[in-house]
Design a protein around this ligand. Structure first.
Ligand code: 0GY
Length: 304
């Protein structure tokens, strides 16, 4: 018995176009997910949404269609702390994938070593209230202490308005930090205003990497057309551009396929690739964003 999809939830884009922008060889999709298939990998009972299936084979088909070389598969909240779907995909990709897991504070060292051997390189702490119930900080501190010896990092997903109360805790964590989707800035506010300036200050004063992903999630004006068919997201560009310009050695890009929880607009993943040159405007910026930085973080010592 498969659970019905959350009403109003858009499926991922079935026939993505070929990007106009040719991704450089060795490009890494540093943020994507797999969902089920739920007949094989049931969704977690505690989930706050039920997605459609989005299998590893469909993810790999998109990877190859877009010209991506490697993927970092991030555990989605709809699977809770059951990492089996993500692990199955990482293992199936061979050395072309890494994983980010969700674990509970009682996770054993043996389990962490099993995850590491399978290709997991970090855990995710999610603070987005519509996705998860808040975890006690002491539980997260326990997890951080357990994963630090493995050389893992902690992926953080939070809303911009919550950063002021969270940044002290974030700074106390004993690992590098990777922030999803630029910390979800409110793009109706000025890029030079106190909220995003505070974010940039936090990034600049900590060992923090930033994913400049998910313009489709952050935009208020929508996928404004630019040069015909492109998804421009012109209200998001100044924020992403600022991060790339200031932290070019610590930025990452991802498709966020299969784009959970989008209800008004589902991006064509090919057109999302064409968004990249609008935020990384030189070949050097693009190579760091797409190849050099993610290889250094997830495949250290290996060549793209
Ligand atoms: O896919 C994303 O990164 C964003 C979302 C969902 C998740 O990350 C998740 O369920 O794990 C969201 O904003 O709904």
């Amino acid at each position: 018995m498969t659970a019905p999809k959350t009403p109003g939830w858009l499926d991922w884009y079935a026939n993505p176009s070929k990007p106009s922008f040719a991704l450089p060889p060795g490009t890494v999709d540093a943020h994507c997910h797999v969902f089920g298939p739920q007949a094989e990998f049931p969704f977690a009972p505690e989930r706050k949404y039920t997605p459609c299936d989005a299998s590893k084979d469909q993810l790999f088909a998109l990877r190859d269609h877009l010209g991506i070389s490697r993927t970092v598969i991030v555990q989605a909240t709809c699977h809770g702390a059951d990492n089996s779907a993500m692990l199955d995909a990482v293992r199936a990709a061979g050395n072309r994938a890494r994983g980010i897991a969700t674990v509970r504070p009682d996770v054993s060292e043996a389990e962490l070593r099993r995850l590491d051997a399978a290709g997991v390189r970090g855990v995710r702490f999610n603070f987005v209230k519509r996705l998860v119930e808040a975890s006690p900080k002491e539980d997260l501190t326990t997890i951080a202490a357990k994963v630090a010896p493995l050389g893992w990092h902690i992926v953080l997903y939070f809303e911009a308005a919550d950063l002021p109360e969270l940044e002290g805790f974030f700074s106390s964590l004993p690992t590098p930090l990777v922030i999803d989707h630029m910390g979800r800035p409110d793009v109706t506010k000025p890029v030079g205003g106190p909220e995003f300036s505070g974010f940039l200050r936090f990034v600049g004063s900590n060992d923090v990497w930033v994913k400049v992903s998910c313009p489709e999630r952050l935009t208020v004006t929508g996928p404004a057309a630019l040069d015909g068919q492109r998804h421009a997201y012109t209200d998001v560009v100044p924020f992403a551009r600022r991060v790339v310009a200031e932290f070019g050695d610590r930025v990452l890009w991802g498709t966020d396929w299969p784009h959970p929880n989008l209800k008004n607009h589902m991006p064509d993943d090919g057109l999302l690739v064409d968004y990249v040159p609008t935020i990384a405007t030189t070949a050097e910026e693009r190579h760091k964003l797409l190849v050099g930085n993610p290889m250094r973080l997830y495949w250290p010592g290996e060549t793209a």
